[in-house]
Design a protein around this ligand. Structure first.
Ligand code: GLU
Length: 449
């Protein structure tokens, strides 16, 4: 593990102490602190004005009961969260996650990452995150709708297009956003399009929002490969996950000439040496909401389905972890390096463990951290807000062009910042410093609030 600067060490100890029992939040905070030593040496005001302590403390944390009635008539209780972390740059912005693993520490880690990610986009959005331990798997549409309505019945009083603008994340897609928007509209009697993003095109969504996270991550990695005169063209690629991020990463990798040979879900992974059949994958995951084993069953011989195990055992040139946090371990990283991986791009939030990240960096593998590489989703959410505010709707090409431009800018900001701080090629350091400086300077200008 990298040394923490001696001026930062006591601040980190205090943050870990007052947020006991939140390992993912600790991990995210420590990673940023590891990058900040060089910044505070150059700019002591960040310490003098307590900007680092302030950034680690959420502005507001909301925890609430979500009661709902299942199809059998039983009352179910879940817990809802919204952490409004930082609004120095704009209204709180960040997704909502529905997954049984959700707890306050997970939402805080995601919210913390979101602050810097959103700052990196260069767009006027603060950082926040929310969610619930509700498990949508195996629930009927009616159950999901009643859950979403109950969730929004409590959350709506904390939202607004100038206050806090949620979107989707794991377990929350356009269906859930639709149910939540409907309930918000009914409770407030306001057609406030800009209060949620990731909306369906039928009522104020943005073209290319669905594709944005995966496309954006692929644009970022393509540009990163370009710094070494490489590209996706002809590369063997493994993309973990098979949700929204993974599917549109696969689509863009194929467009750039790469071949994706494996993808996964929580039940296992599939290897298709002919290249993943995107049409079939979309049908299974987006339409039928089935398990990934269905892909192997439908394809028949030649496609391997491995239940459990690690998808990172599949040799590849480029790895795009796009499932969930800490899915790629130190052991996985060593296997990937041994198999000759040249670049890794995080499509998910914090999918690589700290040991995995340092393994890649020591081996000279190009490594794109999630808060930079997966910022295309939230950036396009900000473009959705822009379209809603101007009561306009852009073409797919215009929106995708803006996305590509934003991703290239983020890439270059990370690369230049790493260079400026004496660590060329270290995108982790570049992303953390560039994001931090933008937020800290805005906070400093606003006084002690
Ligand atoms: N959940 C996504 C993320 O992790 C998107 C957030 C948004 O669009 O607000 O960045």
């Amino acid at each position: 593990m990298t040394q923490i600067d001696e001026k930062l060490e006591p601040i980190l100890v205090e943050v870990l102490h007052r947020n006991a029992g939140e390992p993912e939040f600790h991990q995210a905070v420590r990673e940023v602190f590891e990058s900040l030593g060089r910044v505070v040496a150059k700019h002591p005001t960040y310490i003098e004005h307590a900007l680092i302590e302030r950034i680690c403390e959420p502005e507001r944390q909301i925890i609430f009961r979500v009661p709902w009635v299942d199809d059998q008539g039983n009352v179910q209780i879940n817990r809802g969260f919204r952490v409004q972390f930082n609004s120095a740059l704009g209204p709180y912005k960040g997704g909502i996650r529905f997954h049984p693993s959700v707890n306050l520490g997970i939402i805080k880690f995601l919210g913390f990452e979101q602050i810097f990610k959103n700052a990196l986009t260069g767009l006027p959005i603060g950082g926040g995150k929310g969610g619930s331990d509700f498990n949508p798997h195996g629930r009927s549409d009616g159950e999901v709708m009643r859950f979403c309505q109950s969730f929004m019945t409590e959350l709506h009083r904390h939202l607004g297009e100038y206050i806090d603008v949620p979107a989707g994340d794991i377990g929350v897609g356009k269906r859930e956003i639709g149910y939540m928007f409907g309930q918000y509209k009914r409770l407030t009697n306001r057609y406030e399009s800009g209060v949620l993003t990731g909306k369906d095109l039928a009522y104020g969504g943005s073209r290319a929002r669905r594709e944005a996270t995966g496309y954006g991550a692929t644009y970022f990695v393509e540009r990163m490969l370009g710094t070494k005169n490489e590209s996706f063209d002809g590369k063997r690629v493994v993309v973990s996950g098979s949700g929204n991020v993974a599917i549109y990463t696969i689509e863009k990798v194929i467009a750039f000439g790469g071949k994706v040979v494996a993808c996964s879900d929580s039940s296992g992974y599939v290897v298709d040496e002919n290249g993943i059949d995107l049409g079939l994958l979309k049908e299974i995951k987006e339409v039928r909401r089935e398990r990934i084993s269905e892909y192997a069953r439908r394809k028949g011989s030649g496609v391997e389905h491995v239940a459990g195990g690690s998808i990172w055992d599949v040799p590849c040139d480029v790895a795009m972890p796009s499932a969930t946090q800490n899915e790629l371990t130190g052991r996985d990283a060593r296997v990937l390096v041994k198999n000759g991986v040249i670049a890794v791009g995080e499509g998910a939030n914090m999918p690589c463990t700290p040991e995995a990240v340092s393994t890649f960096q020591k081996a000279g593998v190009l490594f794109a951290p999630g808060k930079a590489a997966n910022a295309g989703g939230v950036a396009t959410s900000a473009l959705e807000m822009q379209q809603n505010a101007s009561r306009d709707s852009w073409s797919f090409a215009r929106t995708e062009d803006r996305l590509a431009q934003i991703m290239n800018n983020i890439h270059d900001a990370c690369a230049e910042t790493a260079e400026e701080y004496g660590a060329p090629g270290n995108y982790v350091l570049g992303a953390n410093i560039a994001g931090f400086v933008r937020v800290a300077d805005a906070m400093d200008a606003l006084g002690v609030i």
